[in-house]
Write a protein that binds this ligand. Structure first.
Ligand code: NAD
Ligand code: MG
Length: 387
């Protein structure tokens, strides 16, 4: 059994992963204590979480949010602000779930690992942008990353039993991709994609940024970088396979040709629960498959020509240094501009490519370098947006 009342912090509690984490915690009141939460702009929703779970420590983005939240929660609740607040909340609990969206999740990733705690990581952007810095924080005794991202959680489970360092018994990782809402579309047809087309994912309901990333396949590109950083396997041993049913969450091929896979219905509560409970499995039937009815699983190669974002990620990985950080930062800016109706869907990947064309090699050896590279890539991308 999981030790009673493991103390959990949930950063990004008001988002898609955040609210699904709360669903898991509601079902496990005897195992986990939610001791800290943070949220971005949805202060009313954040107050509801604080009041329901009697959370004592809360993080908000700025002073204005602190004032708004203070009026909605018990006077004893401690409210911290900004990046420093996120770091404080991530230091102390035994498990920290990082469900913040984008580069803003970096303080959570680093502070959790530096405190030697378990990081249940949904926020892939922090790992991609700061891989060498995260790698050194990860060497803190007792620090551990458990991946919430469904593909990486699947691979993590398929690697149990494989030797730890470099996985010499593994030939390749096979990341599955649903293919997004535009699977099978030609480049021509993709030219007229609208916002509502792009926000309609066929198999997963997620926050807006990752939903758009799934429509361009940038999400899969970012996941290749995420997998490489997490498992220490170079990207040339990581392949992407389109699997429209989203039942096989990813696979590992071993040197004897065996392929191990993890299967379930698509339900993020399953990987979240795995990360909270590991090495135990929490006994809920999220994701259980019905083999009593016919089940067809299809696999096909991705259309790399129609979805060039995928290869952009491989190029960034081979270039190394800060190139993945630039890719992620440029993409964040472009997706935000698309969601704000400033650019068309078809402009997202070409604008990211334009930023990458300006990348100059940087070894990315410190947190300062990570922050500077993120800012520079954002500045260049903003400069290329229509005014
Ligand atoms: P979301 O937009 O639904 O929620 C994001 C959360 O982060 C919210 O609580 C928001 O208030 C908070 N936040 C946003 N900007 C912030 C800032 N500047 N400072 C502090 N907090 C901020 O996003 P999501 O879909 O839950 O995704 C969260 C992360 O998990 C992303 O990195 C995403 O790639 C990853 N992920 C999500 C899914 C999914 O199914 N939604 C699956 C795999 C990985
Ligand atoms: Mg994923």
């Amino acid at each position: 059994m999981t030790a009673p009342h493991t103390r959990v912090a949930l950063m990004g509690a008001t988002g898609s992963i955040g609210s699904q984490t709360l669903e898991v915690l509601r079902r496990e009141p005897d195992s986990f204590d939610l001791v800290a939460v943070s949220g971005g702009r949805r202060i009313h929703e954040l107050s509801e979480v604080v009041n329901e779970f009697a959370v004592q420590h809360v993080g908000v983005v700025d002073e204005e949010d602190r004032t708004r939240l203070a009026a909605l929660v018990d006077a004893n609740v401690q409210i911290v602000v900004g990046e420093q607040g996120l770091r404080e909340l991530s230091t102390g609990p035994e498990v920290v779930v990082n469900a913040v969206m984008g580069f803003a999740g970096l303080p959570v990733t680093l502070a959790t690992l530096e405190a030697g705690a378990r990081l249940a990581l949904a926020n892939k952007e922090s790992l991609i942008a700061a891989a060498p810095v995260v790698a050194s924080a990860r060497r803190t005794p007792e620090a551990k990353i458990l991946p919430v991202d469904s593909e990486h959680c699947a691979i993590y489970q398929c690697l149990v039993g494989s030797s730890e360092l470099g996985h010499p018994d593994v030939t390749r990782l096979l990341l599955t991709a649903s293919g997004g809402p535009f699977r099978g579309w030609s480049r021509d047809r993709l030219g007229s994609v609208t916002k509502s087309d792009a926000l309609a994912h066929p198999t997963w309901t997620m926050g807006p940024k990752i939903t758009i990333d799934s429509s361009t396949l940038m999400n899969k590109g970012l996941e290749v970088l995420e997998a490489s950083a997490l498992f220490g396997i170079e990207v040339d041993r990581i392949d992407v396979v389109v699997h429209p049913q989203s039942i096989v969450h990813s696979m590992v091929e071993y040197v004897d040709g065996s392929v191990l896979a993890q299967l379930s219905r698509p339900d993020m509560r399953l990987p979240i629960a795995y990360c909270l409970g590991a090495p135990e499995r929490l006994a809920h039937h999220w994701g259980q498959l019905d083999f009593g009815t016919a089940l067809t699983l299809e696999f096909e190669p991705p259309d790399r020509d129609a979805f060039p974002a995928l290869d952009l990620a491989y190029v960034a990985a081979r270039r190394g240094g800060a190139a993945p950080a630039w890719l992620s930062a440029a993409n964040e800016v472009c997706v935000e501009a698309f969601l704000d109706d400033r650019i068309a869907w078809r402009d997202i990947v070409p604008l990211v490519t334009r930023t990458m064309d300006e990348y100059v090699d940087d070894p990315l050896d410190s947190l300062d370098a990570v922050v500077a590279n993120d800012a520079q890539a954002r500045r260049i991308t903003h400069g290329n947006l229509p005014s």
